[in-house]
Unconditional design. Structure first.
Length: 683
């Protein structure tokens, strides 16, 4: 994995200066129909508009459930896309699901049509329209009607419960309706797979009552940066490394838990008084570990000596080759000189030069081999152009030919190189002698440890009954060692894959500089309206050992922690970030859901919050807002300023509690808002 990872990183690296963000087509909502769902007193049919879609009601009347029905219609009952899980030390990729009884638990028990409950959602992706019917009693995709290019048809495929679909192998899913639907939606959305749509719907398009922000979530931002703003193929490598890192970390934690469980049992055994067998086993284990250590040292020494032997053999061979070449050169030089001398030996004794060298080098007479006195030596060698004996002039050319000089120089080089080899051979042979001494020392220690270990084992296991009693303890100690080895291996692998992921993030961050400028300008417009002060985004790593993130900068100060903002500032800064993302990705109209946005606002911020939502609607979009029936001015502001408005009062559809039924104030507020909406519609 690691080699291929870096190969592909380098392959894609030249592209990093380009913007690889593909056009993403998010769903555009048209209509929702809820039938036979006994949480509500009667069926609901609601048409969405490009504008404000206001869902009002009291506590427990089904506002959140209504929102989740939209989500369910689009993506099924999924919390999250593919994620790594471990089961019996095996890696599995699985989606996180809500309970299969999520809607069933909200039904009235004595209603006889609960099993028929269903939701029908009509929406478009780019130019293709879908009409989806999903069951609410059993979580199933029951029907998919498609309208494209003026023609309509139904997708084929078997109907299957969602939880059973998730247990299928990937190659089995295409024959089911859910698989066919997911494949088609992913293709039309121009995303990698359906899990990307699950991510966008859950993390970007819905700001629900749990108020979970994404601006300060490293994993969500990491996915945005790596996947949707860059080359999707490169991101797949990144995602795989993150999954591998998480998987191996999970395995390491499982091994630690197993070790803790076994260690508790071992500790209990060791603490039993007078347990001589356990003490003996511990001593044996110590001896075995020491023996293993010394044996490793012995083997390492032996390997090192073999390496030196190999190295020495190479030098021996090279030395022999050099000696052979030197002898060949010497013979060549002699032969060349002999040929030259043959041409001139008509007047000169063939041994003349040998005699002369004898005089020059040894200062000895070539005839009687006696030492020549110094005053005679000078006269013999004073004139090289005259014979050393008779002092008559010589007619012989005394300069050595150039090619023979070259041969002699080459011979000198070989001899020098050979001297270096002789030195290396000497040093290696000395190292081998030292290693032999170390090897013999370790060998004696190993022999001694083996003898002591045999004595201990003989004393411990001579009694068969004791041997059986000690076997379990020994097995547990061995298991602990194996678990520790596996734990360390998986920790190393987890660290390696995390480094791989960090490398790819570093590679693709260059492309995000341009995107950050564009995104920051949009964010400044949205967030500035709410906060009433200068805002921008920066793409930095403010937290050590963390990923680079889009961080809000408010009045020149980076807000790296959400608690640096008030509750309402935090929520609407996050919503401004989401809307900035949706504006940046905008290709066709889509939607945004915000549950009870006025619940955290004081009166001074209500108008500013309304401005954010209205700005989001400057491009054709669907904004779905839920709100409790209260005296907040927020709804009045939204209704007054909305160009297009759709309205659903769940007080009419939900099953009110006795307290709500007795509340004249609740009824009064509901009536006032409904009248205001109708007046707006027909104005």
């Amino acid at each position: 994995m690691s080699y291929m990872w870096y190969f592909l990183v380098d392959e894609y690296y030249p592209k990093m200066g380009l913007n690889f963000m593909n056009n993403i087509y998010l769903p555009e909502l048209h209509k929702i129909e809820i039938k036979d769902f006994s949480l509500y007193k009667k069926d609901i049919a609601f048409d969405f508009v490009h504008g404000i879609n206001l869902i009002i009601g009291g506590n427990g009347l089904g506002k959140t459930t209504f929102i989740y029905l939209i989500k369910y219609g689009l993506i099924g009952l999924y919390k999250k896309g593919l994620d790594v899980r471990t089961y019996k030390s095996e890696k599995r990729l699985a989606r996180q699901q809500y309970s299969m009884d999520y809607f069933k638990n909200r039904m009235v028990g004595d209603y006889d049509r609960n099993s028929n409950a269903e939701v029908k959602l009509t929406f478009s992706i780019n130019t293709t329209q879908f009409e989806i019917i999903r069951g609410l009693h059993e979580i199933t995709l029951k029907s998919v009607k498609v309208l494209e290019n003026g023609e309509s048809y139904y997708l084929d495929g078997e109907v299957i419960r969602q939880d059973k679909f998730e247990r299928l192998n990937e190659n089995e899913k295409d024959r089911y309706l859910q698989g066919q639907y997911e494949n088609m939606v992913a293709k039309l959305s121009n995303i990698n797979d359906f899990n990307d749509l699950i991510f966008f719907v859950n993390q970007i398009l819905f700001f629900d009552e749990d108020r979970r922000t994404i601006m300060w979530e490293p994993l969500i931002q990491e996915r945005l940066s790596s996947k949707y703003f860059n080359d999707p193929e490169l991101d797949e490598l990144f995602q795989e490394s993150k999954r591998q890192a998480k998987y191996h970390d999970s395995i390491a934690r499982h091994k630690s838990e197993d070790m803790r469980a076994i260690s508790k049992i071992i500790k209990k055994i060791e603490n039993e008084p007078g347990d001589t067998e356990v003490n003996a086993i511990n001593e044996i284990n110590k001896l075995r570990k020491n023996l293993e250590l010394q044996t490793d040292k012995l083997n390492d020494t032996q390997k090192e000596r073999k390496n030196l032997e190999t190295k020495l053999s190479v030098f021996y061979n090279e030395r022999n080759n050099l000696n052979r070449k030197a002898k060949e050169l010497e013979q060549t030089i002699r032969d060349e000189e002999a040929q030259i001398y043959q041409k001139i030996w008509g007047t000169l004794n063939p041994k003349y030069n040998i005699y002369l060298d004898n005089i020059k080098d040894l200062h000895s007479c070539p005839m009687c081999n006696q030492q020549i006195e110094s005053h005679k030596y000078g006269s013999l060698t004073a004139n090289p152009d005259h014979c050393f004996l008779c002092q008559e002039s010589l007619t012989v050319e005394t300069d050595t030919p150039e090619h023979i000089v070259g041969l002699k120089n080459k011979l000198d080089e070989i001899l020098v190189l050979n001297q270096g080899h002789e030195k290396e051979i000497y040093n290696i042979e000395n190292e081998m002698k030292k290693l032999d001494q170390i090897y013999n020392k370790f060998k004696r220690e190993v022999f001694d440890l083996q003898s002591r270990l045999r004595d201990f084992e003989h004393d411990l296991y001579s009694n068969k009954e004791k041997s059986n009693e000690s076997f379990t303890y020994t097995a547990m100690m061995t298991e602990i060692e194996e678990l520790e080895r596996e734990k360390q291996l998986n920790l190393e692998l987890s660290e390696k894959f995390n480094k791989d992921a960090d490398n790819i993030i570093n590679k693709i961050e260059g492309n995000l500089i341009k995107i950050t400028k564009e995104l920051s300008a949009i964010f400044s417009d949205f967030a500035g309206d709410f906060l009433g002060m200068d805002c921008k985004l920066t793409f930095e790593n403010f937290l050590k050992d963390d990923v680079k993130m889009y961080t809000p900068v408010i009045k020149g100060k980076p807000r790296t922690d959400p608690l640096e903002l008030s509750e309402s500032q935090r929520f609407f800064t996050d919503q401004a970030f989401r809307m900035s993302l949706l504006r940046h990705f905008y290709t066709t109209p889509s939607f945004f859901v915000c549950e009870t946005p006025d619940s955290s606002l004081d009166i001074s911020y209500e108008a500013n919050a309304a401005e954010i939502f209205l700005k989001y609607l400057q491009k054709p979009n669907t904004l779905i807002i839920t709100s409790n029936l209260n005296n907040s001015e927020f709804m009045d502001l939204i209704i007054d300023k909305a160009d297009k408005l759709s309205f659903l009062n769940l007080l009419e559809f939900g099953r009110t509690s006795p307290i709500q039924q007795r509340s004249e104030r609740l009824t009064s507020i509901s009536k006032r808002i409904e009248e205001k909406v109708n007046a707006k519609r027909f104005a």
